[in-house]
Design a protein around this ligand. Structure first.
Ligand code: FAD
Length: 317
């Protein structure tokens, strides 16, 4: 079922989760061990992130360093099929522009269509470790909106090869990313919203947001989206702080603010357990407030810490 239909039919707030593929070399069972306890919350869908290959410099027997491509967490598409098969819930693969030509994107979408995967989160992806800025693949998409357009075209039966006649129309429900505190590369919040609208006008069906720790930022973002004519569902992305060091690492990695109250409470924590507990409590209170505001779905970034997320959801539903 499409995410948009799930949200439309929902009579109460749903919870959904984002998971990461296991590290290369680990079994699918390690992922099921994370998912099994989450199933008691009846998530209607599970997002599976996509991890582009990166380059490392490896010391070779010759004594020289060689640049080697590694992908630490492969398997997004296979994992989605496994989740749908085992749990009978929708799995949403993340698909990124980075590293894909448009032909490879089309092939990936055809594969997903064959597997019965109806929902896809269309993303641009980030710059690789050794690149200053995001660089599109030669013959690949530069922005997520370009991938949205390609998916939208396939939904109309228009594939890249114009000579294919009577092509099957796919029926993808297309999710896109939104940033309540602005994407870090955008020249302004307003400009970022304009580009978000471009993704929706091009065929995006719903938005999932970057994490935030201040609900006001999310609620203002929703209001601003509505004001510029974005009418699709907006799903808040939530992640608990797990340790004090994230007071600096999260803002510098994701360019989002930590509220002063959360910062000062975290500074007072004397043990790792206390830091974790504060993160849990803050996220519970954020979730409860969003629930009260009538948000149809709360989306949790598990970062493979299922215990913490379970404790939060138990206290929210
Ligand atoms: P875009 O929408 O393309 O925007 C990128 C930047 O370009 C923005 O600053 C935007 O304002 C600007 N822009 C957009 N269109 C134009 C235009 N036409 N002209 C000029 N500027 C423009 N990354 C992964 O690698 N794997 C994942 O699984 C993954 N999952 C994610 C899930 C969520 C919910 C979120 C919020 C992010 C996720 N990311 C993931 C990170 C994401 O790839 C990065 O945030 C990336 O930097 C931007 O992706 P985007 O799809 O928002 O890009």
């Amino acid at each position: 079922m499409k995410i948009t239909e799930i949200l439309k039919n929902a009579t109460e707030t749903k919870v959904s989760f984002e998971i990461l593929p296991p590290l290369k070399g680990k079994s699918i069972q390690s992922l099921f061990n994370i998912l099994d306890p989450l199933m008691e919350f009846n998530p209607p869908f599970i997002d599976v992130t996509y991890h582009r290959e990166d380059f490392i410099y490896k010391l070779m027997p010759s004594g020289y360093y060689e640049k080697v491509a590694i992908r630490k967490r492969p398997g997004t598409v296979g994992i989605c099929a496994a989740i749908m098969n085992k749990y009978n819930v929708e799995a949403v693969p993340h698909l990124i522009c980075g590293g894909f030509t448009v032909e490879e994107t089309e092939d990936a979408l055809i594969e997903l269509n064959y597997l019965g995967v109806q929902n896809v989160l269309a993303l641009r992806g980030d710059a690789r470790k050794f690149e200053k800025n995001f660089v599109a693949e030669i013959g690949g998409h530069k922005y997520a909106s370009d991938m949205v357009k390609q998916m939208s075209d396939m939904n109309e039966g228009n594939y890249l090869d114009k000579e294919i006649s009577n092509a099957v129309k796919t029926d993808f429900c297309i999710g896109v990313a939104g940033y309540p505190e602005k994407h870090f590369e955008a020249t302004s919040y307003r400009k970022d919203l304009t580009y978000l609208k471009q993704k929706i006008d091009g065929g995006g069906d719903y938005i999932v947001t970057q994490m935030f720790f201040d609900n006001k930022k999310f609620l203002d973002f929703v209001k601003d989206c509505r004001e510029i004519g974005i009418t699709v569902p907006i799903i808040p992305g939530l992640k608990p702080l797990t340790r004090k060091s994230q007071l600096s690492s999260i803002p510098s990695t994701f360019y989002i603010d930590i509220p002063e109250a959360l910062e000062s409470e975290m500074e007072k924590c004397k043990t790792p357990e206390a830091e974790k507990q504060l993160g849990i409590e803050w996220c519970i209170s954020q979730s409860k407030e969003l629930l009260k505001a009538g948000i149809p779905c709360l989306h949790y970034y598990t970062m493979s810490d299922v215990k913490m997320v379970s404790e939060i959801v138990k206290n929210v539903l």
